[in-house]
Design a protein around this ligand. Structure first.
Ligand code: AMP
Length: 476
């Protein structure tokens, strides 16, 4: 197995509607509910059956669509995307949905996840003379769809999708239909809802609820679902095979909103159990349990319930600043950390405090939190983390940097404890992480275990496709 990529990646959010009047405001609401999955850019493309119109921009959903109002987006089908730069830089061309004019019509593409074989496919098309407009991995699907090999044959979309390896939840749109597809291993979530006479697709069910849609089911791994005039119909592009499932466990740990159902489970309930199990695995004598809001909320409640130690508010969050980690630039991240949380000294002063967070990646955030708790007078600070040490980079859409940047990639728990300045540090075990599921086999836990469920073809980082495009050799 080839595993020498070092690509930082992160999930995005996708949302689509078919068959409802004036879809743009609905997609806007859907994207707004998925904002936690990406804050770098947002876009909506709609169709009225003959014309396609779009609005896209960099920044938060609210900012993008207040700068460019959506009133001009008229249509009864459409798809939208919120972006974190998974592959490719933060330039505007990379903001999705991508719109491509093929010989037989327009294709609109929105992607969540990361394709592990995008680089060789792109290289093949570029060598044959194709021009790529973006540096995203998602664009290779457009070229596969436009390729006469697929274009001219039945089940063209299914055939194109079957060429892709790695993690994808795709929404595709033509002028008159919306399609949804999930990779054969089911890395990323994608749900289907019913809204009036139409259908809605969303990365997370929280977005269905916020738009008044009723949850029907998830798109199955390897399934292509089409919503068009004939209703909803489904086919598979790869035969179902339970044994290769690799749902991303980090969706449960951190990404997804607690009010979402992901892979059939309510995220809050799962995190609550993580917290309970953490209290069993790493008990401690303390006066209060506090959470790092919001990511540690559910697990800290679980820890408190299982340990009997009362839960209190030790940190107050400023809600007008986004998820700090989702700001991709290192500087933005570190300055954001200070702005986001303040300690309630009245709660922690003189206390033995257990502080619960969802994960430690580089260790910078929790180190600051421990320092601020001590400055506010905490007598002891015990850190509990509701997942195992993150030791390995992710190639499937989660922004885990190189092993060098991951503190647990090169340090043991005791060294990390010293670095963050805690009195004790306890991580949830890998076994504990899967206690509430039927087993580990259905999940990808490569970030913890190092066991990757696919081959990795790309050997470069986030800018991999960027640099391929830049190697211009002019001989005129
Ligand atoms: P740090 O250890 O300073 O790199 O930051 C870890 C914190 O960032 C965790 O407490 C999470 O809340 C959050 N986090 C962890 N993993 C990710 C990720 N892949 N993308 C965005 N935020 C993350």
């Amino acid at each position: 197995m080839t595993l020498d990529c070092d690509s930082p990646k992160e999930a995005c959010g996708i949302f689509g509607v078919y068959g409802v009047e004036n879809v743009a405001p609905i997609i806007y609401r859907g994207l707004f509910s998925l904002q936690h999955r990406g804050q770098e850019g947002a876009g909506i493309v709609v169709s009225d059956g003959s014309e396609i119109s779009s609005v896209k921009g960099q920044g938060l959903v609210n900012d993008v669509f207040s700068r460019q109002p959506i009133d001009k987006l008229v249509g009864n089908l459409g798809i939208g995307h919120v972006r974190y730069s998974t592959t490719g830089s933060t330039r505007i061309q990379n903001v999705q949905p991508l719109v491509a004019e093929c010989v037989d019509g327009l294709w609109v593409v929105a992607h969540n996840g990361n394709l592990v074989n995008a680089a060789p496919i792109r290289k093949m098309y570029q060598e044959a003379g194709a021009i790529f407009q973006t540096s995203t991995d998602s664009e290779v699907l457009v070229h596969l769809l436009a390729d006469p090999m697929y274009r001219s044959r039945p089940r063209r979309v299914a055939r194109a999708l079957a060429e892709l390896e790695g993690a994808f939840a795709f929404l595709l749109m033509t002028k008159n239909c919306v399609m949804a597809a999930r990779d054969k291993q089911g890395f990323r979530p994608l749900s289907i809802g019913k809204l009036g006479d139409g259908y809605v697709f969303a990365s997370e069910t929280c977005a269905l609820a916020q738009t008044g849609a009723e949850y029907l089911r998830d798109v199955c791994p390897g399934e292509l679902v089409v919503a068009d005039q004939a209703g909803l119909h489904s086919s598979t592009f790869v035969d179902e095979d339970e044994s290769r499932l690799a749902r991303c466990i980090f969706e449960m740990v951190y990404f997804a909103r607690p009010d979402s159902q992901v892979f059939g489970e309510n995220v809050h309930s799962v995190r609550l159990k993580y917290g309970e199990q953490l209290a069993v695995e790493h008990p401690v004598d303390a006066d209060i349990v506090i959470s790092i809001p919001d990511s540690g909320n559910s697990a800290s409640l679980g820890f408190s319930r299982a340990s009997g130690i009362p839960l209190d508010f030790g940190f107050i969050r400023n809600h007008y600043i986004g998820r700090t980690f989702i700001m991709p630039e290192a500087d933005a991240r570190s300055s954001g950390v200070d702005m986001k949380l303040s300690v309630l000294a009245e709660v922690v002063n003189g206390k033995r405090v257990v502080v619960v967070d969802d994960s430690i990646v580089r260790g910078t955030t929790i180190r600051r939190r421990v320092t601020s708790l001590r400055e506010a007078g905490a007598k002891e600070v015990h850190v509990r983390v509701s997942c195992p040490p993150v030791r390995n980079p992710c190639f499937y859409g989660v922004d885990f940097p190189t092993r060098d940047e991951l503190i647990a990639g090169h340090e043991d728990v005791e060294t990390i404890r010293e670095f963050i300045g805690a009195d004790s540090l306890g991580y949830l075990s890998l076994e504990g992480l899967f206690l509430s599921f039927e087993g580990r086999h259905c999940f990808c836990d490569a970030c913890f275990s190092g066991e990757y469920p696919t081959e990795i073809a790309c050997k470069d980082g986030k800018q991999a496709l960027e640099s391929m495009s830049n190697e211009l050799n002019l001989d005129i």
